[in-house]
Design a protein around this ligand. Structure first.
Ligand SMILES: Nc1ncnc2c1ncn2[C@@H]1O[C@H](COP(=O)(O)OP(=O)(O)O)[C@@H](O)[C@H]1O
Ligand SMILES: [Mg+2]
Length: 459
C-alpha cells in the first residue's frame, strides 16, 4: 500500500472533507476541491490570500495564536453547516502554520449525524501510553455520604503502598478513577502506573504481555527480548482491569507471581524481582464466578485484601447536578465551547433517568448534548439536546452485574418509562409534529396530547 498516496487522496480528493493549510501568517498555501466548491471560488482567488479575508469565522488563526487545536467547532459557509477542526502545525517546536478540515453536516440523517458526533467524542488521548495517571482524589466528584466515605477509605489505603486492592462496581462508575487516585496518593506516584486490560488482550498473547519474553523465546520474538507489563511497572502500580476476564491458565500464573513477587520472562529461567502494588477491578461478580469454578478461589482471596465497592449512579442521584457542572466546565474547555447553563427541564430529565451506563454515560450524554446545543448556537442545554443511548449500546455493560443489582421496578412503572421513551423519540423524529407523530404511533391525536402532558414532553 502506498501510504503517502492514500493520505494525499484523503486530503486532496475526499468529497466529504474540506481541507486547508495556511502558513503562520494565515496565508493559504493549500486548499482541496471540496473546500473550493463550498467557497464557490476559483483556486487562483484563494491560494496566497489571507484566510481572515476568505473565511472570517474560521478559528484557524486562533489555533496559530494559541498553539492549541480548536476541535469540533460549529462552522458554516454559504448556509452549509459544518463541524471544523483547526490544528496548529509545528516544526522543531515552532509553529509554522495550521491545518484545518471540516465535515459538512447537511446530513440531517439522525443516524449519520450521531456517528459523526460519536467520532468526535471518542477521539480522546490515550494516556496509558506513557504509564502516567490523569486522575487524583480531587478528580473524584461526589458529596453523597457513602461516596465520601469510600473516598476516605481509598485515601487511607493509598498510604499503605503494598496492599492489594480489589475495586468492584458496574461499568462506568469510576473504578479506574479510584485506581489512579490510589496510585497518585501513594509513595509510588513517581513510578509507572501500568494498566492491563485483561478483556482486550488475546489469550495467546496474555503471558508475554504480562511477563515479557527473552530473545529467541519464539519465532518472531524481538531482539533483546521484551519486558512485560509487570516488569515495566517496577516500583509503581499495576492496574489489572476487567480481572474477571483473565483466563484460568493466567490466573494460576498471576497467583504464583503474587506469592513470590518474582517472575520469569517467557523463554528464560532467570527470576526477576519486581516490586509492584496490584490494583484489580471488575464489573463481574467474582464470588459467583468462583462458585462456578470460573475464578480461582486462592487468587480471589489474594486480591480481595481491601475491597472498594463503587456504587452505581442511580444510588447516588443527588450527585448528578454536581457531576453535570463538573463535566460542562471540562467539556467547554476541551472543545472550546461556551454552553454555560442547563435548563431545569433538562436537569429534571437527567434526574429521572436510571443511568445503566453510570457516570460514563452521564458524561457522554452531556458532551453530545453540548455539541448539539453549540450547533444550534445555544448557550443553554435543553431537553431536546439530551439523548440516552439504549442499554445495549454500552459495550462494557455486563449482564451478570445487571442481574445482581438492578433496581426492581413494578410493571406499571416500566411500561410508563418505555412509553415515554418511545413517544419522545417519535416526537424528535417528527420534529415535534404531533399529527404525524400520532399517525406514526397509531393512536389518536387527543390521546397523544394527553400522554405528552402526562410525561411532560412538550417540545
Ligand atoms: N466520581 C466521579 N467524578 C468525576 N468523573 C467520574 C466519576 N466517576 C466516573 N467518572 C467519569 O466516568 C468515566 C468512566 O470512569 P471509569 O473509571 O473509566 O469507569 P469504570 O472503570 O468503572 O468503567 C471517566 O471518564 C470519568 O471521567
Ligand atoms: Mg473501566
Amino acid at each position: 500500500m502506498n501510504i503517502e498516496r492514500v493520505i494525499t487522496d484523503i486530503i486532496e480528493k475526499n468529497p466529504h472533507i474540506a481541507a486547508i493549510i495556511v502558513d503562520r501568517d494565515g496565508i493559504i498555501r493549500f486548499i482541496n476541491d471540496t473546500y473550493l466548491k463550498a467557497l464557490q471560488l476559483p483556486i487562483d482567488e484563494v491560494i496566497g490570500q489571507d484566510i481572515r479575508k476568505i473565511t472570517p469565522y474560521s478559528r484557524t488563526m486562533k489555533a496559530i495564536e494559541t498553539g492549541r487545536p480548536h476541535l469540533a467547532y460549529n462552522w458554516s459557509i454559504h448556509g452549509r453547516q459544518g463541524v471544523a477542526c483547526s490544528v496548529p502545525l509545528f516544526e522543531n517546536d515552532e509553529i509554522i502554520g495550521a491545518f484545518a478540515y471540516s465535515i459538512f453536516l447537511d446530513i440531517w440523517d439522525q443516524k449519520l449525524r450521531n456517528q459523526v458526533l460519536n467520532g468526535i467524542i471518542s477521539n480522546k488521548e490515550p494516556y496509558q501510553e506513557g504509564f502516567k495517571t490523569r486522575y487524583s482524589f480531587d478528580s473524584l466528584i461526589g458529596k453523597d455520604p457513602g461516596f465520601v466515605n469510600l473516598k476516605c477509605v481509598a485515601q487511607n489505603i493509598a498510604y499503605h503502598d503494598n496492599v492489594t486492592v480489589l475495586i468492584t462496581g458496574e461499568s462506568g462508575t469510576g473504578k479506574e478513577l479510584f485506581a489512579q487516585a490510589i496510585h497518585e496518593g501513594s509513595n509510588r506516584r513517581a513510578f509507572p502506573f501500568v494498566r492491563v486490560n485483561c478483556a482486550s488482550i488475546p489469550h495467546n498473547l496474555m503471558e508475554s504481555e504480562l511477563f515479557g519474553y527473552e530473545e529467541g523465546a519464539y519465532t518472531g520474538a524481538r531482539r533483546g527480548g521484551k519486558a512485560g507489563k509487570l516488569e515495566l511497572a517496577h516500583n509503581g502500580t499495576v492496574f489489572l482491569d476487567e480481572i474477571g476476564e483473565l483466563p484460568l491458565s493466567m490466573q494460576s500464573k498471576l497467583l504464583i507471581f503474587l506469592q513470590e513477587r518474582e517472575l520469569e520472562r517467557l523463554g528464560s529461567n532467570r527470576p526477576i524481582r519486581v516490586n509492584v502494588r496490584i490494583i484489580a477491578a471488575t464489573n463481574r461478580n467474582l464470588e459467583k464466578m468462583m462458585h462456578e469454578d470460573k475464578f480461582r478461589e486462592d487468587l480471589y482471596y489474594r486480591l480481595n485484601v481491601i475491597r472498594i465497592e463503587v456504587p452505581p449512579l442511580r444510588l447516588r442521584k443527588g450527585d448528578i447536578p454536581l457531576l453535570v457542572q463538573h463535566f460542562m466546565a471540562n467539556i467547554n474547555q476541551k472543545l472550546c465551547l461556551s454552553i454555560e447553563q442547563i435548563s431545569d427541564q433538562a436537569m429534571e430529565l437527567l434526574m429521572q433517568h436510571s443511568w445503566p451506563g453510570n457516570v460514563r454515560e452521564l458524561e457522554n450524554v452531556i458532551e453530545r448534548g453540548m455539541i448539539l446545543a453549540d450547533l444550534e448556537d445555544m448557550s443553554v442545554l435543553m431537553p431536546r439536546h439530551l439523548s440516552f443511548s439504549p442499554v445495549q449500546d454500552s459495550p462494557q455493560w455486563d449482564e451478570e452485574a445487571e442481574d445482581d443489582s438492578r433496581e426492581i421496578k413494578d410493571l406499571k412503572t416500566l411500561v410508563s418509562e418505555f412509553e415515554k421513551k418511545v413517544i419522545l423519540q417519535v416526537l424528535r423524529d417528527t420534529k415535534g409534529d404531533k399529527i404525524q407523530a400520532a399517525k406514526y404511533l397509531n393512536i389518536n391525536l387527543s390521546s397523544l396530547y394527553r400522554k405528552t402532558k402526562k410525561y411532560n414532553l412538550d417540545i
